[in-house]
Design a protein around this ligand. Structure first.
Ligand code: DC
Length: 219
């Protein structure tokens, strides 16, 4: 099996790029952030606060996360319920960043992610795919862009979904999530030594897709 790992901070365009590359190379796109989001949704629904690590570890035992594809789109199932419609709010984003630092949460998803990569050719995006989940990926890309540009994209994305949003708040939230994702002890967001750095601040989507495809083909 072949695999491509795409890591990077929030809003760098990982999912947009990974979906397009998946189509071009006929790989399966795996969005790991959505899996962490579904777990955060479970904690929120059960009134668990982010600092309650023990309760979170206990709750992990009650959770089953799985994925399936509908018209090529990944759907995340939380204990059998399709939760795709509920995991993209700012509240869930922040809760996900808060709780994905706990080993119990990460362990829960580690095997699922590795298993997926053993079954199919995958392009997987997240924070620790190149550094932890798929250390032997054929290609590792660290995709980033300036905070300003990433906030702008998230803002447009939320607007398109018809969700209310505040640009300045979004910028602050993105910076706060970066800080938290990069500085946690377990599996922090960082560029793998053998990853290729792609700064997409001044690149179009087409350019980034072409770059990733060509990096893969050169391997
Ligand atoms: O990619 P995303 O914005 O959907 O990710 C949501 C949060 O999940 C992000 O703040 C960090 C966490 N995450 C993680 O810790 N590891 C991953 N592989 C993917 C996401």
């Amino acid at each position: 099996m072949h695999s491509i790992a795409i890591d990077g901070p929030a809003g760098a365009g990982k999912s947009t790029i990974a979906k397009r590359v998946a189509k071009e190379l006929d790989f399966v796109y795996v969005d790991t952030g959505a899996m962490y989001r579904s777990m955060a949704l479970y904690f929120l629904r059960n009134g668990i606060r982010p600092e309650e690590e023990e309760k979170i570890a206990e709750a992990c035992k009650e959770i089953t996360v799985s994925i399936e594809y509908e018209d090529g789109e990944q759907q995340v199932l939380l204990n059998g319920e399709n939760v795709n419609a509920f995991i993209r709010t700012e509240e869930v984003s922040m809760m996900t960043s808060d709780t994905s630092r706990y080993p119990a949460v990460r362990e829960k998803l580690l095997y699922l992610q590795r298993e997926l990569a053993e079954q199919k050719n995958v392009i997987m995006d997240g924070r620790d795919i190149g550094t932890c989940i798929l250390p032997n990926a054929d290609l590792k890309v660290y995709l980033t862009a300036s905070v300003e540009e990433r906030a702008r994209r998230r803002y447009l994305e939320q607007q398109e979904r018809g969700m209310a949003c505040d640009f300045e708040k979004m910028k602050k939230d993105i910076a706060a999530r970066d800080e938290q994702d990069m500085n946690r002890t377990v599996s922090p967001l960082k560029q793998a030594e053998d990853a290729v750095l792609v700064d997409a601040s001044d690149m179009t989507i087409d350019e980034v897709v072409a770059k990733v495809v060509s990096l893969y083909q050169k391997k």
